[in-house]
Design a protein around this ligand. Structure first.
Ligand code: GDP
Ligand code: MN
Length: 382
């Protein structure tokens, strides 16, 4: 789960990283009221899950109430690379002497956490990594030891932080590492990590991704994320514990097991089709779960045909067939379905479908023939 900047900053604050106090608002009047309360100058910041907000006009300084109103009016509703701004974060504007960069992420290759630091902050770190890689310090951390103070001081020193803020930068790195570990984040990034003219080190931005698989350990973080901008179908799927990702195409896909669903997307693409979603109904799906999944797929009105690709293991094909029959009874789909049932109780499953004689449901026995057929049906139906 990706966090909005202000949510990331709240986590930072809890772990002792310096951030500015501020307020999240959703209307111009509330933005102005917050700015008046905080005192000027303030910075008005778009809260969207995409970087480069500054360049896109989503971060503006306001010296007085009139400017706060003007910026809030312009930024609310702004489209930043497809993300509509619905929330603003108003904070007291910081004076900036220098902008650094700091992050902690998982280095899958090394199977260890990776701390990165650069004195080239405030710009895209990919550019630094490409053009001046010597200015980006990368250091793996022993996960059993954690980021030690000595190591943090060494990173700040080698990175070229100003001598008088080495300690402050090291503190920030240790705190950022603590955020990453204790909150079960997969990414914790600060760009820019600023040094103020009075030599305080402070996080001016926050990019945090929490590991969804660890959310059960962090009930207090469950409401974070950008629910105002979330896809409603993805939202519903999440509540129902179904793994669903919306895609751009017109062929609804359901399978059991992430590997099978991914290869189904590939095979559909290979036959010239474009998947409308990824949906993994999981192992052991019963009739109720299948019905739920089909409801989710059909909630996307782009869908012109649906492919159910089930390989029965723990999942029983007869249960899936029963779910499909129940779903048809309630939902009356108007788009064609191709159903491939193979594995545990597949003969029984196909018999159930045959007896039910559902309109516009086509049985297939192989993945290839199923994909070829669904692509053809989707084209005919669009
Ligand atoms: P991003 O563009 O999405 O990465 O948003 P940031 O939060 O990083 O802000 C973009 C830029 O706006 C920063 O790199 C700063 O240069 C500037 N900025 C943000 N907050 C402040 C502030 O409090 N004071 C000043 N002077 N500049 C700020
Ligand atoms: Mn930034």
């Amino acid at each position: 789960m990706d966090l909005l900047e202000y949510q990331g900053k709240q986590l930072f604050g809890r772990h002792g990283l310096a951030v500015s106090d501020g307020k999240a608002v959703t209307t111009v009047d509330d933005a102005v009221a917050a700015a008046n309360e905080i005192g000027y100058p303030v910075v008005v910041k778009a809260q969207v899950l995409i970087g480069g907000r500054g360049k896109a006009g989503g971060v503006k300084l306001a010296a007085n109430e009139a400017e706060a109103r003007e910026h809030a009016t312009n930024i609310l509703g702004l489209d930043i690379k497809g993300h509509i701004v619905r929330t603003l974060w108003i904070e007291y504007a910081s004076d900036i002497a220098t902008e650094y960069y700091a992050s902690v992420l998982l280095d899958r290759g090394a199977k260890k956490p990776l701390v990165m630091f650069s004195v080239e902050g405030g710009v895209e770190i990919e550019t630094v990594a490409e053009e001046t890689p010597e200015k980006l310090i990368k250091e793996n951390v022993d996960p059993l030891v954690g980021l030690t103070r000595e190591q943090a001081v060494d990173i700040a020193t080698r990175g070229g932080a100003d001598a008088d803020v080495i300690e402050g930068v090291a503190d920030a790195l240790v705190a950022l590492y603590e955020v990453w570990i204790e909150e079960d984040a997969s990414l914790a990034e600060i760009n820019p990590l600023i040094v103020t003219p009075d030599r305080q080190v402070k996080a001016l931005d926050a990019k945090v991704t929490l590991d969804d698989n660890a959310m059960f350990r962090h009930k207090e973080n469950a409401d974070l994320g950008d629910s105002a901008n979330a896809d409603p179908i993805e939202q519903k799927a999440k509540e129902q514990d179904v793994i669903y990702v919306k895609l751009d195409g017109d062929i609804g896909i359901m399978g059991n097991g992430a590997g099978l669903v991914m290869s189904t997307l590939d095979v559909v693409a290979q036959y010239g089709g474009t998947p409308a979603n990824f949906l993994d109904a999981g192992g052991g799906s019963d009739a109720a779960k299948v019905k739920q999944a089909i409801e989710l797929i059909l909630a996307n009105d782009q869908v012109k045909a649906v492919l159910l690709n089930i390989f029965g293991g723990i999942t029983r094909c007869d249960e899936v067939a029963n779910g499909l029959v129940a779903a048809f009874g309630d939902l009356n789909p108007t788009v064609p379905f191709v159903v491939r049932l193979d594995g545990t109780n597949d003969v029984e499953g196909r018999k159930i479908l045959e007896d039910a004689a559902l309109p516009n449901v086509h049985a297939a026995t192989t993945m290839d023939s199923a994909a070829e057929l669904v692509v053809k049906l989707a084209k005919e139906n669009s």
